[in-house]
Design a protein around this ligand. Structure first.
Ligand SMILES: Nc1ncnc2c1ncn2[C@@H]1O[C@H](COP(=O)(O)OP(=O)(O)OP(=O)(O)O)[C@@H](O)[C@H]1O
Length: 293
C-alpha cells in the first residue's frame, strides 16, 4: 500500500496557507510528523482523512485519487482528530458501539474487539461510567480506541499523546507497535521523543512545506559532531546566542550551560562535544534548511 501526495496546496481565506506544493510518498510503517505550531500537520492529516479538500493537488492511494473518490480510503481509515469530541452521557462501551455502527463495523467479534481495545488503552475498569466524567487523558485514550475499531489499514493520529501521562505514553507506543502490522500509520506530536521511539520515518514540516523525510538515525547523523555544550556567565549569553544556534539553556550554579549547534562555524573555545539527539536535528533542520520542492 502506498500514499502518494502530489503538490498538495491548501489555502484558507485571507491568504492563510495550510500547505504549499507539498509532496511526499508514504509507505507501510509509522511516519511521525514534526513541525512547529501552524506548520500544516493537521491540515495534511485532515486532507488524507478526507475531512478537508485541498485547494489543488492530489492524494493517490495505490494510484487512485482519494480527493476525487474519498470512499476508497474512508472504509480502511482510523482517525483521531486533534479536537476529538465525545458524547458525555455515553459510557465507553456505548460510545465504541455507536462509532462501530457509524463505521459499519459489526458482527460476532465486535464485543471482543471492544474489550481488547479497552484493555489496550487501559480503560476496562472505567468502561461503564459516562465519558463525561473522564479526565482529559482518559478521553484521549477512548479517542485512540475508536480510531482502531475497524482494524484500519491507514491510521492517522493528530497529537495522540497530548494529555497522556508518561506511563500511558509508553502504553500508547506499545499499542501502535502491536496494531501497526502492515498498516500506514501517520502521527503528529510536539514531543520529539514520542516520535523518535515509535516512528520508522520522520517528516519535518514547516510553513506548509516539507523540509526533510528520513529515518531518525539519518536525521541525527546530519548534526553528529556539531553539538556542543559551553558554560558561560549570564552576561555572555546574549552575544553567544547571536553567533550560534542555541538549542537549550540550563542554569548551573553561577553559570549558564548552553547546548548549541556549531553548524558550519568552528565550535567556540572551551566547548565540549556532546551526543546529538533527534531534537537537535529537528531544531537544526527547521532553523537552517531550505524546503524540498
Ligand atoms: N480553518 C482555517 N482557517 C484559516 N486558517 C487555517 C485554518 N486551519 C488552519 N489554518 C492555518 O493553516 C496553517 C497550518 O495549520 P495547521 O493546523 O495545519 O498546523 P499544525 O502544524 O497542525 O499546528 P499545531 O502544531 O499548532 O497543531 C496555520 O497557519 C493555520 O493558522
Amino acid at each position: 500500500m502506498q500514499l502518494e501526495i502530489k503538490i498538495l496546496t491548501k489555502m484558507f481565506g485571507k491568504g492563510m496557507v495550510g500547505l504549499s506544493d507539498f509532496s511526499i510518498i508514504i509507505e507501510k510503517g509509522v511516519l511521525g510528523l514534526l513541525g512547529p505550531n501552524g506548520a500544516g500537520k493537521s491540515t495534511l492529516m485532515k486532507i488524507i482523512a478526507t475531512i478537508s479538500k485541498p485547494t489543488y493537488g492530489s492524494v493517490l492511494l495505490d494510484g487512485e485519487d482519494i480527493v476525487k473518490n474519498p470512499d476508497l480510503i474512508r472504509k480502511i481509515l482510523g482517525y483521531l482528530p486533534q479536537d476529538f469530541g465525545v458524547y458525555p452521557n455515553l459510557n465507553a462501551y456505548e460510545f465504541l458501539k455507536y462509532i462501530a455502527a457509524m463505521k459499519g463495523v459489526g458482527g460476532a467479534g465486535l464485543n471482543k474487539r471492544i474489550d481488547m481495545l479497552l484493555e489496550g488503552v487501559n480503560l476496562i475498569a472505567d468502561a461503564k461510567r459516562p465519558i463525561g466524567t473522564y479526565s482529559g487523558g482518559m478521553k484521549q485514550r477512548i479517542g485512540i480506541a475508536q480510531a482502531l475499531l475497524n482494524d484500519p489499514k491507514i491510521l492517522i493520529f493528530d497529537e495522540p499523546t497530548v494529555g497522556l501521562d508518561p506511563e500511558e505514553r509508553v502504553r500508547f507506543r506499545q499499542l501502535i507497535s502491536e496494531m501497526a502490522g502492515d498498516a500506514i500509520v501517520i502521527l503528529s506530536s510536539h514531543i520529539v521523543s514520542d516520535i523518535e521511539t515509535v516512528a520508522d520515518e520522520v517528516a519535518i514540516i514547516k510553513s506548509g512545506m516539507l523540509i526533510e523525510k528520513n529515518t531518525a538515525p539519518e536525521m541525527i547523523s546530519k548534526v553528529e559532531n556539531k553539538i556542543f555544550e559551553i558554560a558561560l556567565s549570564q552576561s555572555e549569553v546574549e552575544r553567544f546566542k547571536s553567533q550560534y544556534l542555541v538549542v537549550n539553556t540550563t542554569r548551573q550554579s553561577d553559570k549558564m550551560l548552553l547546548r548549541y549547534i556549531s553548524g558550519t562555524h568552528q565550535p567556540a573555545a572551551n566547548s565540549r562535544p556532546v551526543n546529538a539527539t533527534l531534537e537537535d536535528a529537528y531544531l537544526f533542520l527547521t532553523k537552517t534548511q531550505p524546503y524540498i520542492r
